[in-house]
Write a protein that binds this ligand. Structure first.
Ligand SMILES: [Zn+2]
Length: 78
């Protein structure tokens, strides 16, 4: 598991199980390939992950697996 130091300086705790700042998501097209009752492991393998900084709420999205660096998304200022 890689480590992320957020732009705000916070070190994200990515290794916790379960991880409170980790979110899983799946595209509609990938989901559409699944049929009937779905095995949790099969679904897990299709999902992508992002981590939310618990200090500044930035999202770090792994669009292309852990071998590639995550994309940073910062919330707009109100
Ligand atoms: Zn942060």
């Amino acid at each position: 598991m890689p480590k992320i130091q957020c732009t705000c300086g916070n070190m994200l705790r990515m290794g916790d199980i379960p991880c409170k700042i980790q979110y899983m998501f799946i595209s509609d097209t990938d989901f559409d390939e699944l049929q009937g009752a779905v095995d949790a492991e099969e679904l897990y393998l299709k999902m992508k992950m992002f981590f939310q900084c618990d200090s500044c709420s930035r999202l770090w999205v792994y669009w292309n697996g852990f071998d590639n660096p995550p994309k940073e998304y910062a919330p707009a200022i109100d």
